[in-house]
Each structure stands twice: as C-alpha cells, then as structure tokens.
Design a protein around this ligand. Structure first.
Ligand code: NAD
Ligand code: MG
Length: 413
C-alpha cells in the first residue's frame, strides 16, 4: 500500500489520459481507477454523445481541460453549464473534435470506450498518433482489426485489450508479447463466456424476450448494446473475432467455454500442456487498471476474489443452435475479409431496432443472416472498403427490418 503511494509520486509528471465515451459503463470505471492515482494520471479530455449532466459532473470531478460532445446542441448546453459552474473546461463538438482530443501531444493514454463503429475513427486516430490505446470498443477491431494492428506497428502505438477475456489472454501470453504478433508456443486460447441471462431459457421463450430482460446480465453491469450482445451470445462471437485479430490466430485455435460464474476470464494453453488462466471478480476496473499502468500493477478498487464464496468453477459447451449469432460470427470469422464488418454492422442495426422495441429478440440473428447473404465480401486491406461494406450492410439490415414490420411474424431458428 505505502509502496504504491511512493511509486505514484516518484514517477515524474502524471500521464495525460483521454477517455472516449467517458459517460458509459467503461468510461465511468476508467475514471474511478484514474482518480485513485492523481500522481500517476491526469485527465486531459472526456467525451460523450449526448449526456450533458453526467459529463458536466465528470468535468467537475476530474478538472479535464477539454470535453467533447458529439452532438452540437448538447455541446451548447454543456458549455453554458460549465461556465455557470465556474469550470475552465473547453467544450468542443463533432466527430473531428473526438479525433482531436485523441491525438493531442499532452495525451499519452487513450481509453477507447465509445460503443459501436462510431468509435472507429477517433480510436484509429489515436493509434496513428502512437498513443497507448486501451481497447474496450470491440466493434472497430472486429471491422478492421488487421488495419489497427498494421497502423500500430507503423506508429509504435501500444494496443492493450480491455475486454476482460482479451485482457486475461494478454496477461497469460508469453512474457514480452505484443498484441497482433505471432506466437510459436501457444497451442490454443480458451475464451470463457458467462452464457448471458438466457443460458437456461427454453428456445420458445426467447421469442418474447423484452429489452429489459435482455439487458439484465447476471454477472456484469454494462451498456445496453453489449448487454443485448451478451444475451444473444453475439458478444462472444465478436470477441472470438477480436481475439483472432489481437492474438494473430484463426478461429480454430479458439475454444469457447460457457463458464457461468464469470470469475475465470479466459485461458491460454501452451504446447507443453500448461494452461494459464487469469481470475478475479467480474469488475472491469481490473483490466482497466492493468492496461493503464502496464507493465506495473496498481490498485483498482476491486475487492479480493473469495474462492470459498465462488466454491466451484463450471464449464459447458456453448449451444450454437439456440444462439445462432455465435454460429454466424464463427462463419464470418472463417470467411474473413469484410465479412466480420458486415456481421457487425447488421448486428448494430438489429440490436438498435430491438432496443427500440422495433423487432423481436429472435429477429436479431434473422436480420444478420440475411444481411450476410446479401452483401458481397471484399478483402479488408483498405479502410475505405471496410467502411463501404459497413454502410452497405447497414442499409441492407434496415431493409430486412422494414420487411419484418410488414410481416411481423417472429422467425425462430
Ligand atoms: P455504454 O453504452 O455504457 O457507453 C458508451 C459511451 O459512448 C457513452 O459515453 C456514450 O455517450 C458514447 N457514445 C455512444 N454513441 C456515440 C457516438 N455515436 N459517438 C460518440 N460517442 C458515443 O457502453 P459500454 O458498456 O461502456 O461499452 C463501451 C464499449 O466497450 C463497447 O464497444 C463494448 O462492447 C465494450 N466493452 C464494454 C464492457 C462493459 O463491461 N461495459 C466490457 C467489455 C467491452
Ligand atoms: Mg468481454
């Protein structure tokens, strides 16, 4: 404890941090960790979509120099409140401002915690500027992970995974391992999955699932989009693709294990038969603290894992039939090219429609499957091609959702 305080103060000037998506679940956990270490980190910029009051409160807490609202009207409201509160935070708006605060010279670390493809451009800008980039925002990696890895090699950016499973895998990889590079001693990666809120549900019951039921995750408290992804198991599909990108392997090297207790966050099996695992309470502050301070270890505020309380660790095979999103993601990973970007785009559109009560829970895989069948897959070497196929997939998914509105029959497969 005292050693931590000494090392915090003895480290020279604190490292500048920008949190993209600071008002979300990951953003809030990031600020919780950062504010525990004032000698080590300094908040340079915070960003949000439309949540004015929460961002105002965060500016007050962190004394951030800059705050960006994507939405211009929201930025005007925030600026008025910042002035009224006597704060000195400069308020900016729009997507160019997101990139600006991700690349400032005074920024050393960028937490990428925007949800969905919207985070792609500012995160890539941070990578190109050679920052330490903490990758929570998985969708851009699924869409264009190879481009991220290539750009990081070029700029010297450090890519550190925040997704609990990928952070666990990273912690279990050979010493000195850098994301995106090959490995000759690893035999396979074991990716764990809680199973979500419907792990034991009857297939017929899934038809009537509401957004509130889908967002009530048994172990993790997360944003609404990832909560739905966890309920359909698309989250695990996206994570399998994310793991292929970050750890330079193909889907056949990854085994998905349902592990309902969510305390073993993933494992790496080596050639010699050794299996290394990372465990801890299901609290995102652990991977966040790990990546913020890497290769050091700092206090995260997470309580000790009580093994006697956990008592047992269970593992089951995932059910690809009951959760077709997992099969769709595996197929897209095997197809390669822009197939994962098409899958991700269709999923984002379908999940947004579900959260809006526009389509049923079991319509989500239906929309994705049809979109994948409709949009041609291209090589994913160029960002423009990825973005073109992403846009095409969103338009196709919108068309399929419109069809569902004309014939609102739930399709369960
Ligand atoms: P969230 O919905 O709670 O927060 C999203 C943040 O992004 C908010 O600050 C919001 O204002 C901002 N935002 C939303 N749309 C935006 C847009 N179009 N432009 C700019 N900003 C926008 O989401 P979350 O649960 O914190 O997840 C963030 C990312 O981290 C996701 O990609 C998710 O998959 C990933 N992730 C989250 C968890 C978790 O425990 N929450 C775990 C692993 C990975
Ligand atoms: Mg995860």
């Amino acid at each position: 404890m005292s050693e931590e305080k000494i090392s915090d103060g003895a480290r020279g000037s604190p490292r500048g941090v920008t949190v993209l998506g600071s008002t979300g679940s990951i953003g809030v956990s990031t600020l919780d960790v950062v504010l525990r270490h004032p000698g080590r980190f300094r908040v340079v910029a915070l960003t949000a979509n439309t949540q004015v009051d929460r961002l105002l409160e965060q500016c007050r807490q962190t004394q951030a120099g800059k705050a960006v609202m994507l939405d211009h009207e929201a930025a005007i409201r925030l600026r008025e409140k910042i002035t009224a509160a006597g704060l000195r935070t400069q308020v900016l708006s729009g997507s160019a401002a997101l990139e600006q605060v991700a690349t400032l010279d005074e920024v050393d670390i960028v937490m990428a915690a925007i949800v969905g493809a919207a985070g792609l451009q500012p995160t890539l800008a941070a990578v190109r500027a050679g920052k330490r980039v903490l990758l929570a925002n998985k969708e851009p990696l699924v869409m264009s992970g190879n481009i991220f890895i290539r750009e990081a090699r070029h700029s010297g950016a450090e890519l550190l995974p925040i997704d609990s499973e990928h952070n666990a895998i990273f912690q279990c990889m050979p010493a000195g391992y850098t994301t995106g590079s090959g490995h000759t001693t690893v035999r396979k990666i074991l990716l764990t999955c809680s199973g979500g809120p419907f792990r034991e549900a009857e297939p017929a019951d899934l038809v009537n699932v509401t957004p509130e039921q889908a967002c009530a995750h048994p172990n993790w408290d997360m944003g609404r989009k990832i909560s739905v992804d966890s309920a359909t198991l698309m989250n695990k599909g996206l994570e399998m693709i994310e793991a292929c990108r970050l750890f330079s392997c193909d889907p056949d090297c990854i085994q998905i294990l349902i592990h309902p207790q969510s305390v073993l966050h993933s494992m790496v099996e080596y050639k010699d038969g050794s299996v290394l695992a990372q465990l801890g309470n299901p609290d995102m502050r652990t991977p966040i603290a790990y990546a913020l301070a890497w290769p050091d270890r700092i206090d995260s505020g997470v309580k000790s894992l009580d093994f006697l309380d956990v008592a047992r660790l269970d593992f089951e095979e995932p059910d690809f039939t009951r959760f077709p999103c997992l099969q769709l993601a595996t197929d897209a990973a095997r197809a390669g090219g822009t197939a994962p970007a098409i899958l991700n785009a269709a999923n984002e559109i379908a999940v947004a429609a579900f959260l809006d009560n526009g389509i049923g829970f079991t319509d989500i895989p239906w929309v994705i499957e049809r979109t994948l069948a409709e949009v041609n897959v291209s090589p994913d070497t160029d960002l423009d091609i990825v973005l073109r196929d992403d846009a095409e997939a969103r338009a196709a998914a919108d068309r399929f959702i419109a069809q569902l509105h004309y014939r609102p029959v739930r399709r369960l497969q």
